[in-house]
Ligand binder design. Structure first.
Ligand code: PGA
Length: 250
């Protein structure tokens, strides 16, 4: 089984229209020689401009969030169909900032994941433990609970499912998980996917690492047998560092 690596940039609430477009163009220009698959998730309001800047390149357009309803009276929300209309190919669910800063419940995350996958898009489902949970040996339990959010809908195509393991204590802190710490949890996640579906399915699902991944540590992390890419925050805001991580994905 061979899984192609996927490097995705999560721009969070950063950039403006001009810098988002400029960054997208620079990533697109550097993407042609990349061996890995790559994508960027700009803020909602710049999806259209970034999509146009990426046109004709291999860089996938992604969304940082979505709402699970199809349409209707949900002031401020954006549906899967609206994202598809703008050529969005993947959507993040369960990002720790949505869970712990915007207070999304596990139930809401599960509904969003079902809407993304059911709508035919690629789902990047983020999971990961907080520091006190790691310190009290709850890492596997927390990850399992967040993987269980995928249990209530049908997933048949493993190529449209990506799990991003992002230990909360490593996100935006400059303190990444070590190669061994990350590999240990990735191996657990793959075993768990094997129990939830089957081994062939689990062997085909890409599991990204996220949390202070940067050019200096990407090579070691991406060389681990169960690390199939990265979800990059801070280092994705400069084309140079993002593309250096892409280049480290052999
Ligand atoms: P970071 O963010 O690379 O800035 O730690 C990763 C993420 O939140 O996806």
């Amino acid at each position: 089984m061979s899984r192609s690596k996927l490097i995705a940039g999560n721009w969070k609430m950063n950039t403006n229209k001009a810098t988002a477009t400029e960054l997208a163009k620079a990533v697109a220009a550097g993407a042609s020689s990349a061996k890995a698959s790559l994508g960027v998730a700009p803020p909602f309001v710049y999806l259209d401009a970034v999509g146009q800047a990426l046109a004709g390149s291999k860089v996938l357009l992604g969304s940082q969030d979505v709402y699970f309803e199809k349409n209707g009276a949900f002031t401020g929300e954006i549906s899967v169909e609206m994202l598809k209309d703008l050529n969005v190919k993947f959507v993040l669910t369960g990002h720790s900032e949505r869970r712990h800063v915007l207070m999304e419940s596990s139930e809401l995350v599960a509904k969003k994941a079902a809407a993304v996958y059911g709508g035919g898009l690629m789902l990047i489902h983020c999971i990961g433990e907080k520091l006190h949970e790691r310190d009290s040996n709850q890492t596997f339990g927390v990850c399992q609970k967040q993987l269980d959010e995928l249990k209530n809908f049908s997933i048949d195509d493993p190529s449209r499912l990506v799990i991003a393991y992002e230990p909360v204590w490593a996100i935006g802190t400059g303190r990444n998980a070590t190669d061994a710490q990350a590999q240990e949890v990735h191996a657990y996640i793959r075993q768990s996917l094997g129990r939830m579906w089957n081994k062939d399915f689990a062997d085909s699902v890409r599991i990204q690492y996220g949390g202070s991944m940067k050019p200096e540590n990407a090579g070691g992390l991406l060389a681990q047998p169960d690390i199939d890419g990265g979800l990059i925050g801070g280092a994705a805001l400069k084309a140079e560092s993002f593309l250096a991580i892409v280049a480290a994905a052999k």
